[in-house]
Write a protein that binds this ligand. Structure first.
Ligand code: ZN
Length: 343
């Protein structure tokens, strides 16, 4: 299995995010890379760096003014007298979909209210470069699949699945899995995304919500009491042409392999009906029993069983790293999952 990885992804290293109204140490750290890389190294296989990604590959799923905002935010924010170190929103563009296009502000503070979705997308001077490198990693993984690779792992960090077309959120800036899926689709490959992160992939859902050409499926902890709270309900099935092409399978907190596998079976049946030529797996490892977010209760060897179950679809796969936070088993969990997927 080829791994795609870009070292520039280490450079994004914010210190804090907001939990229960208070700044707390952020678990989405550069050290995650070392833990994940341990799993990759034990598994073996080549590790390749992606070429740079350009605006057109990002703009397949992201608004150009959002890309512009992220690329200039740090510099513009730092021109504000007495501003906090970390750009953040203090006003929010609620109901934005009903606003006329002229409502988009020129002020960087106003634009933060438009594009920064929550208290868990801190921006540093390095965020733009690292987020682009993460997107490049997924996009290059997609290109390798197009060239005939059966299973490719994209070690993406920061993660992507909470990022919408014009909004960062939940440690995510560019939606790596969506960028890869859009690239595959544009290249004529029918593509489905299976999101196994413990958090609902709300950004991915939003990006493809009106589309029938990309199926999105997410298994996650029930949002009634779990981030992202407002999305991830079973009732969200897609809209317009996209109706029936989004499937959410929320599970109660603490789900064990038995419960998880039953939901995965339902997910795989829907994906099989859709008959994709390529499957993008948005691979969050935070379903682990020892993950700090404590959503589900999957043990290290059980990741391999989940991987084998997904691999039974028999499709080429791009595995895009999403969440999964520092714990002694993070690298082992990745190794276990990838072993199962490659089986
Ligand atoms: Zn997650």
């Amino acid at each position: 299995m080829i791994t795609v990885f870009d070292d520039l992804q280490r450079s994004h290293a914010p210190r804090e995010f907001i939990v229960s109204g208070r700044p707390q140490p952020i678990p989405e750290t550069p050290e995650r890379i070392d833990m994940l890389m341990e799993g990759v190294r034990r598994l073996g296989g080549p590790i390749v760096a992606p070429p740079e990604i350009f605006g057109d590959d990002l703009a397949r799923v992201h608004d150009r003014r959002y890309i512009q905002f992220l690329s200039t935010l740090w510099e513009r924010w730092n021109r504000i007298p007495d501003a906090a170190e970390t750009p953040s929103a203090n006003v929010f563009a609620l109901g934005r979909s009903n606003l006329p296009p002229a409502s988009y502000p020129d002020s960087v503070v106003g634009q933060c209210g438009w594009h920064l979705g929550d208290g868990s997308c801190p921006i540093t001077s390095k965020t733009w470069g690292a987020a682009r490198a993460s997107a490049a990693t997924a996009a290059h993984g997609a290109k390798l699949v197009l060239e005939g690779e059966r299973t490719v792992y994209a070690l993406c960090r920061p993660p992507g699945h909470h990022a919408a077309a014009d909004m960062a959120a939940g440690f995510c800036y560019f939606n790596n899995a969506a960028i890869a899926a859009a690239l595959l689709t544009a290249s004529g490959k029918r593509t489905a995304i299976l999101d196994i992160d413990v958090h609902h992939g709300n950004g991915t859902e939003a990006i493809f919500y009106d589309r029938a050409d990309v199926l999105t499926v997410s298994i996650h902890a029930h949002p009634k009491r779990f981030y992202p709270f407002f999305w991830g309900y079973a009732e969200e099935r897609g809209r317009g042409e996209g109706e029936g092409f989004n499937l959410n399978l929320p599970l109660e907190r603490g789900a064990t392999l038995k419960i998880y596998s039953a939901a995965l079976e339902t997910a795989l049946e829907r994906i099989s009906d859709f008959a994709p030529e390529v499957l993008v797996v948005a691979a969050g490892l935070d379903i682990a029993v020892d993950d700090p977010f404590k959503g589900f209760a999957i043990a290290t060897p059980e990741f391999a069983e989940i991987g084998r179950q997904i691999a039974s679809l028999g499709r080429p796969m791009l595995i895009v790293q999403e969440g999964g936070y520092p714990s002694p088993n993070l690298g082992l969990n990745l190794e276990s999952l990838l072993k199962g997927l490659a089986a």
